[in-house]
Design a protein around this ligand. Structure first.
Ligand code: AMP
Length: 551
């Protein structure tokens, strides 16, 4: 017989009630030890705050409305009661508990068992449509006490706060069954289901964990460095130096004939890139790859991301769009090959496994080179690589440590990304705003414009990157040149020229020009430059859409 859900709830309440880590671990450990295998798996998943593990593609798909309606039906609360309670808790689970607590209707017997909760999730996920889902949902909610409903609603609404930190849960499992903490973490990372890991820990079978295909794992992240000279300060050579491609990240899984692509957010995006699937399927065996999808022009140069983006929003890609912006998959890492997980293997070795894969167009290896020199020439070599990468239309460089393992979901110092501000524009300040905090007494936020004939059209807003002294001087000068005041904002005479750096230009309805600079920052004041010589709308347009003739 499956254990009572009420015991899980009282454990969860007790864990939440203490801030002491050791106490949390002791509570969880004692609870886990008393469960049979099936209940252990369910209980562990619930503590992770999810109805289904990462390896399971099913989703509940119950919206907030349906959840609220079910809670209203169970508790007899009015919409107003819910609103008032929500103001107080800002958490649907706590709201559900509070209004149900006050309800005269007792839960339908018998008390819920863990297996019944899991079973209800299965049925809700399997039902298609709002009304069909309501049936198993209402049945589950009717059985729950107020305290039980708190957690059921949290899990179903995707409220992350019920989930214990992954690390804590792994700790608790390791302690409960006296296993190595690292072995638990590793098994969980490979297997992708904390329920399975818990049972493996119990049975002393953590080494059975296999890399589970079609359960995307976290992608390793890079730390930005602003200057190539900073690289040797992070770690010593040799380096693996790769072009940094400006597209979208993809993790590719293959087993049997099945190939899937996943985005950084773990969404399945396979159908968006139909042209990539046959060549991926043609690679024999199983694998997991880390890669970037982008479009290249016929000469092999990267097409700017802002153009490729047009294709990304589409779930179904037209033939025409595929012709115009064909996708290339640039592969830079391998995490599993033919049953062998490679996460713990140093990058240098992963690279040789990677390079042995038979890739056919439109699949390609990332441009990669080993840089081993040291001292001054090292930075010179990196500089030349950077310039070459930029000439190929790429964003910059990735500098990676060949000794490093693949660390899922971590941003560390073993992968560095070097992107320089692409360019700068000379613009004129049209409006200024009082700053915040330390800067509330100075006009530190500038809205700026480019020229279009004799009009000035705004393209962005930036917090001043100037020195305090400069900001103070500018404040006085802006006060004197104020044309109109509107709340915190002052329109000023457009005669202050500044140079701003940015990453990209995007179309935007926010500014009068129809464009917005992404990540703008003020580089310096340009008192030497007359307003008549600032950059124009045509220039902005040509950066945003380099394929047009503008500028
Ligand atoms: P960012 O998005 O600026 O944080 O830069 C990191 C991103 O660069 C990764 O998430 C990848 O999508 C992308 N990227 C492009 N080329 C590479 C490469 N050779 N190695 C790793 N990541 C890359």
């Amino acid at each position: 017989m499956s254990a009572r859900f009420a015991d899980w709830v009282s454990t969860a309440d007790a864990v939440r009630a203490t801030t002491k880590k050791l106490q949390k671990l002791a509570l969880l450990g004692a609870y886990f030890q008393g469960l049979d295998d099936a209940d252990l798996a369910i209980a562990a998943r619930l503590f992770a705050g999810v109805p289904f593990p990462r390896t399971d593609e099913r989703v509940l798909s119950v919206g907030w409305r349906a959840l609220l309606d079910a809670v209203i039906a169970r508790s007899g609360a009015t919409g107003d009661d819910i609103d008032v309670s929500y103001q107080r808790h800002a958490d649907l689970g706590d709201v559900a508990a509070e209004v149900t607590e006050r309800s005269p209707t007792p839960p339908v017997p018998p008390p819920l068992a863990l297996a019944e909760v899991a079973d209800a999730f299965d049925r809700i996920a399997a039902a298609r449509g709002v009304a069909p889902k309501r049936e198993p949902l209402d049945a589950l909610v009717a059985r729950a006490t107020a305290g039980e409903l708190r957690y059921l609603v949290k899990v179903m609404s995707g409220e992350p706060r019920i989930g214990l930190r992954e690390g804590l849960l792994e700790d608790a499992i390791a302690r409960a069954f006296q296993r190595e903490r690292d072995a638990v973490g590793r098994a969980h990372m490979l297997g992708g289901d904390i329920g399975v890991t818990a049972v493996q820990a119990k049975k002393d079978a953590l080494h059975d964990a296999r890399f589970v295909h079609f359960a995307p794992i976290g992608m390793m992240l890079a730390t930005p460095v602003l200057d190539l000279a900073e690289v040797p300060k992070r770690f010593p050579p040799p380096y693996v130096v790769e072009d940094k491609y400006d597209g979208v990240r993809a993790q590719v899984h293959k087993e049997g004939d099945r190939v899937e692509l996943y985005s950084r957010t773990f969404d399945r995006v396979t159908d968006r890139f139909p042209e990539l699937i046959p060549p991926l399927r043609a690679i024999p065996g199983t694998y997991v790859l880390d890669a970037e999808v982008l479009a290249l022009d016929p000469g092999g140069r990267a097409i700017p991301f802002t153009r490729f983006q047009r294709r990304l929003g589409r779930k179904v890609v037209s033939e025409e769009l595929m012709q115009e912006l064909p996708a290339t998959l640039v592969v830079f890492d391998v995490l599993e090959r033919d049953g062998t997980p490679l996460l713990d293997v140093p990058l240098a070795e992963r690279q040789s496994v990677l390079r042995s894969l038979p890739l056919a167009a439109p699949l390609a290896f990332a441009r990669s080179s080993a840089v081993g020199a040291s001292g001054e020439s090292l930075v010179a070599v990196l500089d030349a690589e950077f310039a070459a990468a930029r000439d190929r239309g790429n964003e910059g460089l990735m500098v990676k440590d060949p000794r490093s393992p693949y660390r899922p979901g971590r941003r560390g110092m073993e992968w560095l990304k070097v992107k320089r501000a692409l360019r700068t524009l000379d613009v004129v300040v049209t409006a200024v705003e009082w700053g915040h905090g330390k800067r509330r007494a100075v006009l530190s936020d500038y809205t700026f414009a480019v020229r279009d004939g004799d009009r000035y059209l705004n393209v962005g807003k930036a917090y001043s990157g100037l020195t305090d002294k400069e900001i103070a001087e500018m404040t006085e000068s802006f006060k004197a040149s104020t044309l109109a005041e509107d709340g915190r904002t002052r329109l000023v005479i457009p005669d202050t020229v500044i140079e701003v750096a940015f990453d990209q230009v995007q179309r935007s309805a926010r500014h009068t020009s129809g464009y917005a600079l992404r990540f703008p920052r003020i580089v310096r004041l340009r008192p030497d430059k007359p307003v008549s010589e600032i950059d124009t709308l045509d220039t902005v347009r040509s950066i945003a859409e380099p394929d047009t003739d503008a500028g």
